[in-house]
Design a protein around this ligand. Structure first.
Ligand SMILES: Nc1nc2c(ncn2[C@@H]2O[C@H](COP(=O)(O)OP(=O)(O)OP(=O)(O)O)[C@@H](O)[C@H]2O)c(=O)[nH]1
Ligand SMILES: [Mg+2]
Length: 131
């Protein structure tokens, strides 16, 4: 069984949409193995987003992600990594399928509802970081 890290970003927690998003993953047949609400430290986020350190949006990304509590989950299932990314939709909500999570619940590339691991190596690294 494959495992992936999913983060419900601060706006989802603030808007009271956690349950709705968790249901989407569960209805698909995936299971939530671990879950916690956490106000991430700058240190944790810099490590999590290390690959984006040189990008122009890095500072605002870290600032946004530490602006409120995040719901971190270990989600499990066959092909969980790719399935979650398909459910989430493209990074930019303008390009995401209308039925995807980002298509339904997000308006901008910087405030885009969710994060999930992009490959098995990232999943292992990120799950160790957050849990
Ligand atoms: N403002 C802004 N934010 C960006 C841009 N590209 C990426 N981001 C943010 O940085 C996060 C990580 O970027 P990527 O790893 O490329 O995107 P992703 O893998 O689809 O999304 P994650 O699941 O969040 O990692 C995204 O979820 C966005 O919140 C950009 O061009 N502008
Ligand atoms: Mg990514």
């Amino acid at each position: 069984m494959e495992k992936t890290l999913v983060l419900l970003k601060p706006e989802i927690v603030k808007r009271g949409l956690m349950g709705k998003l968790i249901s989407i993953y569960e209805e698909k047949g995936l299971t939530v193995e671990e879950m916690k609400l956490i106000l991430p430290t700058r240190e944790l986020l810099e490590e999590h987003y290390a690959e984006h350190k040189e990008k122009p949006f890095f500072e605002s990304l870290v600032e946004y992600m530490s602006s409120g509590k995040v719901c971190a989950m270990e989600i499990q299932g066959e092909g969980a990594i790719q399935i979650v990314r398909t459910l989430n939709g493209k990074t930019n909500p303008l390009e995401a399928d209308a039925g995807s999570i980002r298509g339904r619940f997000a308006l901008s590339k910087s405030v885009n509802a969710v994060h999930s691991s992009d490959c098995p190596e990232s999943a292992e690294r990120e799950l160790n970081l957050w849990f």
